[in-house]
Design a protein. Structure first.
Length: 193
């Protein structure tokens, strides 16, 4: 299985940099603790649709988040099987026109920016679709020789899935529409993600 083999390579590569190995394991542990991912119990009935996604670290120039875990949703198990991204609709993100937004920005006295903490992790797949977001990680995140455990996403859009930006933006707009106010209207008109 490609996802398992690639996870072994990630573990071996991270072993060369113990600090990054520790951070990687802490990210997965924190995601489980916050309910973004869950362990798949061995006793569960096997669903019809299962997909395992390889993942790897991407280094960032940041003191608070030196790496981000990226999921390879374009990975195919073999030449004849589709990847997860092949099975997802690919829509461009719903965004305001950047030229109009910058023009409005310059006409105002004040500007506000914000960051939605872990925005991709705040929107989740339907329970029926969770098993196509399975991945492997170590059962003991600080022991690189421990056996793999199967996880799946419980409430998260995958960084690497072709539709994630569209779904994130559509979710934000839906919340603004369901909670109308003058402020929500102004935010919707000036939103750019």
């Amino acid at each position: 299985m490609i996802a398992r083999a690639r996870t072994h390579r990630v573990v071996n590569r991270l072993n060369q940099e113990p600090n990054l190995f520790k951070i990687y394991g802490e990210i997965i542990k924190e995601q489980e603790k916050r309910g973004f991912i869950e362990k798949v119990e061995e006793k569960e009935d096997e669903p019809q649709r299962i997909n395992y996604i390889p993942h790897h670290p991407v280094k960032k120039d940041s003191t608070t988040t030196p790496i981000r875990i990226v999921y390879d949703c374009s990975c195919k198990e073999n030449a004849k099987s589709p990847s997860l991204n092949d099975c997802l609709h690919s829509y461009p993100p719903i965004s305001n026109d950047i030229t109009e937004l910058l023009t409005r920005f310059r006409t105002q006295k004040f500007a506000v920016t914000t960051d939605i903490e872990k925005a991709f992790l705040q929107v989740g797949p339907h329970k029926y679709d969770r098993d196509v977001t399975r991945f492997f990680w170590l059962s003991d995140p600080i022991d690189s020789t421990s056996p793999f455990t199967v996880y799946r996403f419980k409430s998260a859009l995958l960084v690497g899935a072709t539709c994630s930006q569209f779904i994130r933006n559509a979710t934000l707009l839906k919340h603004f529409e369901e909670n109308p106010s003058p402020t929500a209207s102004r935010i919707t008109q000036n939103l750019y993600v």
